[in-house]
Design a protein around this ligand. Sequence first.
Ligand SMILES: [Zn+2]
Length: 209
Amino acid sequence: MSAALFIKNAATDRKQIALTFDDGPHPVFTPQIMDLFKKYGAKGTFFVTGQHVEQYPEIASRLLEEGHEVGNHTYSHPRLKETDPESTKEEIERTEAIILDATGFKTTLFRPPFGSYNEKTLEIIADAGYQCILWSEKQDTKDFSMPGTDRIVDQVIGNLQNGDIILMHDSSEDPVCNREQTVEALTILLPWFEEHGYECVTVSKLLDK
Ligand SMILES: [Zn+2]
């Protein structure tokens, strides 16, 4: 396999999409998102950081229990483009061990913080047994900047294509953050998907060959 492998979306005719959330788990917003997903029978993928799983292992565990997927998003959220190979490896392995300990789940999905990587990073990710998951070019909601619930909703619906991987955030590097707009956008998006026949699935299911 090529070391330069990363995934931005899935080529599929099915009306399936993957909602993805970075930087959690968060003690307030991740459970709110899980509650909404449960209501609509939707599944999501959460790219968690090792340090936040250490703080909130029971929330990470609940994600798996409720059928969501968890991916590795490093321990301390560095820009991997500027991180030396040894530290990159350690960021991945340390987080893998923490996720496994909290959830019993060995994830094979990895998302680099800030989408920052270079060729060497991709090689390390692949060697560690991970698929590098980015997001659809037009589905970066920039919800972390709190652009307004309507802007988040319009961004997603206005650009929606089958197989999209949609980027959202349930936390940030600093758990003292506000993701109310993200949650509010989901209260509009999830019923909209249901009404229009879109299935929200995990990244692994979306990529299911
Ligand atoms: Zn992140």
